[in-house]
Design a protein around this ligand. Sequence first.
Ligand code: T46
Length: 138
Amino acid sequence: MKNKESWGKDLLTLQSVIDVERGDLYIGESNKHIPFDIKRFYVISGVPKKKSLRGMHAHKEIHQAIFSLKGTFTLHIDNGHKKWEVILDKPSHGILIKNKIWHYMTNFSKDCVILVVASDYYREDDYVRNYEDFLRMI
Ligand code: T46
């Protein structure tokens, strides 16, 4: 992960139970490790190209937390005033993507598996997919 000064406040740390004999266990509980009630999760995998682009939107209300379960990708974050990026490369640490944050993902490794947990069910009307609309919203 890079640019710690920018993303430090949004860093989420799961509980880790490291076991050399049996493998590692990572635990996230609502309102403890993840600062909202989790209503949905989704997984992104099989991204075919390093240069593939996902995201490119903000949410009006929904908060999310994003983790790399395997492999690496770069998360680009923009609050309308400042832009920064984080390389996610381990299951134990994720990033909180609050509402009203423009974000996209690039630079996927071939084996990358991403977990996202969200504060609400899928609602297309929660998405702001146009950058000018995002700037107007904030
Ligand atoms: C986000 C980033 C990190 C659903 O029907 N239900 C869902 O829960 C989701 C996440 C998506 N969809 C549908 C909506 C689209 O027709 O699946 C299709 C692909 O979704 P999208 O192009 O938004 O995927 P990404 O990877 O660009 O964005 C996703 C999330 O949608 C978004 O909330 O923050 O991952």
